[in-house]
Design a binder for this molecule. Structure first.
Ligand SMILES: [Zn+2]
Length: 500
């Protein structure tokens, strides 16, 4: 049976999308694969199809619960019943039954956190794992923009599972991140497939505004002009919420906010409403989007500047999955880079915090800290992210180490990370301010050369904005609303909670 037959039988498609076939062939030859494929190009098919040519089970590690749930539901809808998601949602009773019949599944989706458990690994070890899949693999690399310390241990876990054949998938990773992924997963040999990050149907605009007030004006103008549905990204949860309220009060009733501060239920509900077309605009932080499969997003606006081009690309990549023309707008006012600098620093422990930790706890850091975790985190004033890094470092300590040397090593490590983050922000800023074609700039950042001329490429090359306008049936009357002064006050308020 040819690969095309398999494609037709199991997925109902006649043809592969660009990039899929090569990856699948490499897997059927038994090779490890590291693949970078832009979002919306059918990454999951690259491991789901080969699974049907293999005898054993396919273990898919994915950090995003929404993505996992989505994948499992899609497979079930397609008729594949031998699929299960193992994550923190699984209830105790359910868990026992799932592990009792683990051998009956063909696809086991699992979160990295669950894989950290010896119980889980010992059960997986009883199976024949024919393929080990790591999705969103950029999270593995400490230089990736969404680094998760739990992922660093995946290499060891992979080894304890007998080093099965592996495919690591990501949408955006530069060369540095790609080699880090391979190293962390302890792949000896692998084939690398790197697709272009270019999405010609997504038009790129940087809109230079004078100040915060002007930015709000421009945001409103764009939202009421552009055909939806659309996503507006903010670095502030509070602002995301306030702008959503403002939009509803101004004549766009189907606007909602989404951020990490909402409870799980509301987040799922809002995601679902957006996917089903019951919402026109989502005012979101970066917590929104990964794994959300919505084809017809027509615009993505950035109110705040992302911390690196990787996340920018990932976020604008949520537009135009259906291949139709879509537009991305980044609003920039002078000194906007200050907020990313602050946010980047807030993700790291300060020198003061590190010194305090070592002076105050000394030897106890070697054996007792886990019992005091909450109070150390609280008294030391660590943010969630900075504590995650610190905790991971503390876990690496053992009795034979010289704490003075380790403290120095940790300070050095944090300093490197800080420099790295600052450089990424500088790259982002240079791209924003550059006078050359925006697409060319992004492609060259990822080591590509812009090959083709793209119609309506970017604001530098020129865009006929009219075709991105709302259809006449959708045009709404803007209700006068005293939002200006209100939001102005909000913008100048300090201490709002930010989320990169
Ligand atoms: Zn251009």
């Amino acid at each position: 049976m040819t690969l095309e037959n398999k494609l037709k039988t199991h997925f109902g498609y006649d043809h592969f999308k660009k990039g899929q076939r090569e990856i699948i062939e490499a897997l059927t030859l038994g090779k490890n694969v590291l693949a970078m494929l832009p979002t919306g190009t059918g990454k999951s098919l690259c491991y789901q199809l080969p699974a049907y040519l293999m005898d054993g089970v396919v273990v898919v590690v994915t950090p995003l619960l929404s993505l996992m749930q989505d994948q499992v539901e899609q497979m079930m809808a397609r008729g594949e019943k031998r699929v299960v998601a193992i994550n923190s949602f699984l209830e105790r009773g359910e868990r026992a039954s799932v592990f009792g019949r683990l051998h009956t599944y063909k696809f086991i989706y699992i979160s990295p956190e669950m894989l950290m458990s010896d119980f889980v690994v010992s059960h997986l070890n009883k199976l024949t794992i024919s393929l080990f899949v790591v999705d969103e693999a950029h999270c593995i690399s400490q230089w990736g923009y969404d680094f998760r310390p739990d992922y660093l241990k995946l290499g060891d876990i992979r080894e304890s599972l007998g080093s099965p054949q592996t495919i690591a998938l990501t949408a955006t990773a530069d060369q540095e991140v790609r080699s880090d992924i391979a190293q962390t997963l302890k792949l000896n040999e692998w084939d690398e497939f790197v697709s272009s990050v270019d999405r010609p149907n997504i038009k790129m605009v940087v809109d230079f505004v004078q100040d915060a007030r002007d930015k709000l004006d421009k945001l409103l103008e764009w939202v009421f002009f552009l055909q939806g549905p659309g996503i507006i990204y903010f670095s502030s949860k509070k602002l995301a919420e306030e702008v959503a309220i403002m939009l509803r009060d101004s004549g766009l009733p189907r606007a909602m906010a989404y951020h990490g501060g909402l409870d799980q239920e509301s987040r799922i509900l809002i995601q679902q409403q957006f996917i089903k077309g019951q919402l026109d605009v989502i005012c979101a932080t970066s917590a929104f989007g990964m794994g959300i499969n919505k084809e017809n997003v027509r615009f993505v606006i950035h109110f705040h500047m992302p911390l690196q081009l990787e996340s920018y690309l990932q976020e604008i990549g949520r537009a135009g999955r259906d291949g139709e023309n879509s537009i991305s707008i980044l609003l920039y006012s002078p000194h906007d880079e200050q907020l990313p600098y602050q946010l980047a620093e807030g993700e790291l422990p300060t020198q003061y915090q590190i010194n305090w930790l070592f002076q105050h706890f000394g030897d106890r850091l070697l054996y007792e800290w886990e019992e005091m975790e909450e109070s150390i985190k609280h008294i030391g004033g660590f943010s969630d992210t900075s504590w995650r890094l610190t905790k991971d470092f503390l876990r690496s300590l053992n009795n034979s180490m010289d704490l003075k040397v380790e403290e120095e090593r940790f300070l050095q490590y944090i300093d490197n990370r800080k420099k790295h983050k600052r450089n990424k922000i500088v790259d982002m800023l240079n791209w924003i301010q550059s006078k050359e074609c925006k697409r060319k700039g992004i492609l060259s950042y990822f080591g590509e050369v812009k090959q083709n001329t793209v119609e309506d490429c970017c604001h530098v090359c020129g865009i006929a904005y009219d075709q991105y306008n709302k259809k006449s049936s959708e045009v709404v009357e803007v209700t006068p609303f005293q939002w200006r002064d209100y939001l102005q006050a909000l913008l100048s308020k300090s201490g709002t909670s930010y989320e990169k």
